[in-house]
Design a protein around this ligand. Structure first.
Ligand code: ATP
Length: 347
């Protein structure tokens, strides 16, 4: 079992906090994405897990083993944590061919020649690199280099693999196909994977659960679907899926339904709270109709393939995104009806 448990984990640089009081568990075999804007602490958290940095407070366990404990002054070095790393810079040895780059971790550990060959062949095959075994890293594309880094992880049978924006240097088409390589790798190894990204669609496509981070804290840690449909706060609602957050007044509970006034209209909402104060409006919550209570003007139209995304400005000044199959032009007036958005209470 290689659950990764973090307890009251914190890190400051010269007194400036980069991570605050993080207590959570990444479950054995889970694919976790750390998602958040630049500077929110994603890389710092990954470097603490790897053992490249000592935390300022708290502790980290990988499986049954405590690998960092500030109060106990305990710190297991990276090479003894049975962890694999994949970075955007690949970190391949330039003077070794693909086969040696992959087999080198086994050579260091003095495996038998036969075993090294068998395991390396298997890892090359699993990552689609068999035909490239004799090439040098300089003769490979970015995607192929990233696969070599993955194959090198594979031969080491790590308990956990840490990935820091591994696709950041690749073009859009290659990023999409590499996502499949990563998820296949995850299925094949069953390793716990922690994947840092600021790309929401990447996190949504690959991760079992996403930890959304802001200002050194995990704001919400949930499945992609729950994050999108039930954001806990304004930051998550706006960051994931670009929801528009607006206040709700006059909340009333009748039977099991919640109602409130949003942008001047009384609507039903869904919520985990008894007394929510804000709603998150996404395109799915807005229907365009002649009779819609909310009057708005089209400010921008983006074709999404088969449908259009309309950026509208309601009469009250709020910007709202709506989707439609019908064609609208900039400047046109329309009516919008709000249907059961998710509501939460602002902390
Ligand atoms: P990005 O997406 O831009 O890589 P990030 O979410 O990975 O950002 P971190 O690199 O973890 O963010 O940085 C978190 C905060 O800690 C930032 O304010 C950063 O300036 C600070 N920080 C990180 N490493 C150091 C360091 N070695 N010395 C001083 N401050 C640091």
């Amino acid at each position: 079992m290689a659950d990764i448990s973090l307890s009251a984990l914190g890190k400051s640089f010269a007194g400036a906090p980069a991570l605050h009081d993080i207590t959570t568990t990444f479950k054995d075999g889970e694919f976790v994405a750390l998602l958040g804007p630049s500077g929110c602490g994603k890389t710092t958290l990954l470097r603490l897990l790897a053992g490249f940095e000592m935390p300022t407070t708290g502790q980290i366990s990988i499986g049954p083993r405590e690998v960092a404990h500030v109060a106990g002054n305990r710190m297991v070095p990276p090479e003894d944590r049975n962890i694999g790393f994949v970075f955007q810079s690949y970190a391949l040895w330039p003077h070794m061919n693909v086969r040696r780059n992959v087999s080198y971790p086994l050579e260091i550990r003095r495996f038998s020649k036969a075993e090294i060959t068998a395991q390396t062949d298997q890892a090359l095959q699993a990552t689609g690199l068999t035909d490239y075994a004799d090439r040098m890293p300089s003769e490979l594309s970015g995607g192929q280099r990233q696969r070599v880094a993955l194959a090198r992880c594979l031969v080491s049978h790590p308990d956990a693999v840490l990935l820091d924006e591994p696709l950041a240097n690749l073009d859009v088409a290659l990023r999409a196909s590499m996502q499949t390589v990563f998820t296949d790798f995850h299925k094949r190894t069953g390793a716990t994977m922690v994947y840092v990204t600021h790309d929401q669609s990447e996190a949504m496509a690959m991760a079992d659960r996403i930890a959304v981070m802001d200002k050194g804290r995990i704001q919400q840690f949930d499945t992609p679907q729950t994050l999108y449909e039930r954001p806990k706060n304004r930051f998550v609602a706006e960051f994931v899926g670009r929801g528009t957050v607006v206040p709700m007044r006059g909340v009333e509970k009748s039977d099991s339904a919640l109602h409130g006034h949003v942008l001047g209209t009384r609507i039903a909402v869904q919520s985990g709270d008894d007394l929510p104060s804000h709603v998150c409006l996404r395109p799915e919550n807005l229907t365009i109709s002649e009779t819609g209570d909310l009057r708005a003007k089209v400010a921008r139209v983006t074709y999404l393939g088969g449908k259009y995304l309309l950026e509208t400005v309601a009469d009250c000044g709020t910007r709202l995104l709506a989707e439609t199959r019908a064609r609208f032009d900039v400047g046109m007036q329309l009516g919008l009806t709000i249907t059961t958005p998710w509501a939460f209470s602002e902390e």
